[in-house]
Design a protein around this ligand. Structure first.
Ligand code: MN
Length: 446
């Protein structure tokens, strides 16, 4: 047994009456949550669920009921869940996993090919074309913490900046993190290159100016779905029930600013100017068919007992294919798509999602529904699987060459970074995370 319980919503044969759902990032086996509003409007953000090339307006659906009556649906709980989601996604999160499941079953059956015509009609009336809406940050994020859980990232950056391949000893014993900044975290199409202070190589005095070494970090976002009270740690047995879902996260990093400031207290201006999220939260239930056993290489210490457990050993890992693409201003001018520059998988992380939740709360820290935990940069074992350009271009020593002939050691103004993710496995329907996209604008001081 390598998977948590699968149910009817994971049926690989199930198809939707909505043709665009089948074979897309958002089939009915996915059903990710986000927030949307009609394009070029100042309307309030509304909770939506992505299906194919549509978004389902949950507020609209919550006011109707025939779609909630199908056999197999816990109508009372699903109704409560839909009304909570329509109010605020955090209200749905706080209802817990049974409510998340009830609403998922109701949506799945309402969208499945055998849904009654009246239900299809009701659901169609609640749909908007994704091309007609603006997508916001999926949930109001209270707090943001960024972990550091890739051994390969830690090793590669050490080598690139001349510190050698040794990874700090504490890395092997616990998932390490710093407390980030939620105010600059979210979905935005553009970001200003930050200004800041940095110490150029060979210099003794720092200079102030636009960041010269702007980087991205390929990460996943973990959305906390349940509160824990201060002083009440979450155990490994409980950890997964506290997580609502996951998305993509780009932890934009000003490497020159970061490396000058970060000893002894950690990153500050080098990170706090911007963090991008993908607009959709893929639920843990949707990820169930793609779980992997946790294993730890015998060369590294096994986790201490408080970071270990049966569920972890059975299915603590997640198989998510991830990629980074880059589109320069010149590519856009020439009508070229973003070019893929690396590809990796979340399964390579040294620490799992449940271990991050446990480590965060073990001292008594309280997490709340809507908090985001970044997984840390996701890099795989080979150089091509690097999740940051500082690794790919070896800290500027080996710039990468793009299809246009342009070279990049770090990001240039006009560059758009696109993160993508998808779970793919024989015997399961592929589910996608959509895109996390952001473009670099010149700094205000340039
Ligand atoms: Mn990071």
């Amino acid at each position: 047994m390598t998977q948590p319980t699968l149910n009817l919503t994971h049926d690989p044969k199930a198809r939707s009456w909505l043709a665009s759902a089948n074979g897309s990032d958002f089939p009915i086996q996915n059903l990710p949550y986000g927030r949307f509003r009609p394009k070029v409007s100042a309307q309030a953000w509304r909770c939506g669920v992505a299906v194919g090339d549509r978004v389902l307006d949950i507020q609209h659906l919550a006011q109707h009921s025939s779609w909630l009556q199908a056999p197999g649906v816990d109508t009372a709980l699903a109704t409560r869940a839909a009304q909570a989601a329509a109010q605020d996604l955090r209200d749905l999160m706080r209802l817990g996993a049974d409510a998340w499941h009830a609403l998922r079953v109701a949506l799945f059956l309402a969208l499945r090919s055998d849904a009654p015509a009246a239900v299809q009609h009701e659901v169609t009336a609640a749909m908007h074309a994704l091309s007609d809406v603006e997508l916001g940050t999926a949930v109001q994020v209270g707090e943001y913490t960024d972990f550091y859980t890739s051994y390969y990232h830690a090793r590669n950056v050490g080598i690139a900046v001349g510190r050698g391949s040794d990874v700090a000893p504490n890395f092997f014993w616990m998932p390490i993190a710093y407390h980030g900044r939620a105010s600059s975290l979210g979905v935005s199409p553009t970001y200003r290159r930050p200004m800041g202070q940095a110490l150029a190589p060979g210099q003794t005095q720092p200079t102030y100016g636009p960041c010269q070494r702007l980087d991205y970090e390929l990460e996943m976002a973990i959305y906390v779905g349940q509160d824990n009270a201060q002083g009440q740690p979450v155990s490994m047995a409980q950890a997964e029930s506290h997580i609502f879902g996951m998305g993509l996260l780009n932890d934009w990093s000003a490497r020159d600013i970061q490396f000058w400031e970060m000893a002894p207290l950690g990153p500050f201006q080098g990170k706090n100017f911007a963090t991008s999220l993908s607009p959709w939260i893929v639920t843990m239930e949707a990820l169930a068919p793609f779980r992997l056993p946790f294993t730890r290489d015998a060369a590294h210490p096994q986790p201490l007992a408080y970071l270990d457990g049966e569920a972890l050993r059975n299915h603590g890992g997640i198989d998510v294919n991830l990629s980074v693409s880059l589109q320069t201003a010149q590519m856009r001018t020439q009508g070229l798509e973003a070019q893929e520059i690396s590809r990796t998988n979340f399964k390579h992380q040294h620490w799992c999602v449940s271990q991050m939740v446990v480590q965060h709360t073990v001292g008594g820290c309280n997490l709340s529904a809507g908090d985001v935990l970044g997984t840390g940069t996701i890099s795989g074992p080979t150089p091509e699987e690097a999740g940051a350009i500082i690794e790919l271009a070896q800290a500027g020593q080996k710039p990468i060459t793009l299809v246009t002939g342009e070279k990049r050691a770090f990001l240039s103004d006009g560059d758009a970074v696109v993160l993508r993710g998808a779970c793919e496995r024989a015997g399961a329907v592929r589910i996608g995370f959509g895109e996390c996209r952001g473009e670099v604008l010149p700094s205000v001081g340039a």
